[in-house]
Design a protein around this ligand. Sequence first.
Ligand code: 4AD
Ligand code: MG
Length: 462
Amino acid sequence: MDRTRIKKVLAEGEPGTVVNVRGWVRTRRDSKQGFSFIELNDGSCFGGLQIVIDAEVPGYGDIKDVTTGASISVTGELKESPGKGQRVELQAQEMKLLGTADPDTYPLQKKRHSFEFLREIAHLRPRTNTFGAIARVRNAASAAVHEFFQQREFLYIQTPVITTSDCEGAGQLFTVTTLNLERIAQIQTEIDYAQDFFGKHAALTVSGQLEAEIFATSLGDCYTFGPTFRAENSNTTRHLAEFWMIEPEMPFYELEENMTLAEEFIRHVIRAVLERCPDDMEFFNERIDKTVLETLRNITENEFVRLPYTEAVDILQKCGQEFEYPVEWGTDLQSEHERFLTEQHFKQPVILHDYPRTIKPFYMRCNEDGKTVRAMDVLVPRVGEIIGGSQREERLDVLEGRMKECGLEPADYWWYTDLRRFGTVPHSGFGLGFERLIQLITGMQNIRDCIPFPRVPKSAEF
Ligand code: 4AD
Ligand code: MG
């Protein structure tokens, strides 16, 4: 008999029909009258299916081994459920024990486990309510990302994972090499990357933007959605060494249009998740963060505040709040400042724009004031910066000047400057950190719980 996923059974299973379900046992209770209740979950949805199994059902002999975490296959007839909160339950006609899970060693017992502990057993944590829900929300959000751009005729571009340029210029690169570093260390003091696989220093990408600009200035609106890597040695709740980024790039867009697209994009993904994962979202709101639905509603229903960096500095200096890091024009805002603006001052998402050029990368368009660039950061409650983007510098001479100012050699970026040499156009784009979006949507405190297998300093298990 074909197996039916529990989501389908719970949503549309008709009493009187016979179905087969398979999954992992959450709990089992034995009654004194010689039958048992099993709650089975197969990951297809938040809820489990209640199974009632009588002692004479074939397979009941194994019931003692049907413990939390064990896998079983059950065929039976759906009945209207007398219990609260469920439409149907399964009256078992046959049960097969597929795999046992020794209760003395299975780490996921019924009690609540800390997220720190669950990170150590990342191979089993998808079996918990929380991590099952996060996986389904990530899935719905990924689909919504593609849907948003596809509806607008954006091209999905796959940019390289291995690159020889440092887009953000922050030097947080993971080197990719086939050189025998141990041997080199014994015989010479310097590494000659000309001898390496690619003939020069190569690294894992920190952003697909520069390559996305190539396609945007050939084919029109496009976007990337891929893994990015940063050797960021910061142990915070918002940084990963490997994270997924969505980077749209649009020719003929100026900064204002870029902001509007960013707003619409965030709203679209949030709405899609709220619509497609109602049970999971209910759970996050009840058990993880009681304000999460309200925060999301606020985001989908209100326009974002748009504010120049200079005015933000003014607000922060005059607000009377004590910050760990002082605020001064020309310095990068810290997470505490970003969160103050979006959580306490405006109480809604804020797009800060026109930052000092000294704290932003070489590719951002310079303003006439000689001090600022057309940068934008989207700040949201609890997470802080969720998007970073800009209008790009399309003037060749200005771009080359900025590169030198940033210590880069324009010749190393000859293909990037060529885009300004041949048919240059104003263009803009941004990058949204996918795990920060998942943090915002689920209310999870730590970004390490928003990706299946987090990579952070001193940890790349699994
Ligand atoms: O602001 P960032 O560095 O911008 C760029 O990479 C541009 N090239 C994007 C573009 O214009 N195409 O990074 C963009 C976003 C941040 O706002 C943040 O959400 C996320 O990527 N991000 C991280 N997420 C998790 N862990 C990290 N270490 C992250 N660093 C950045
Ligand atoms: Mg940024």
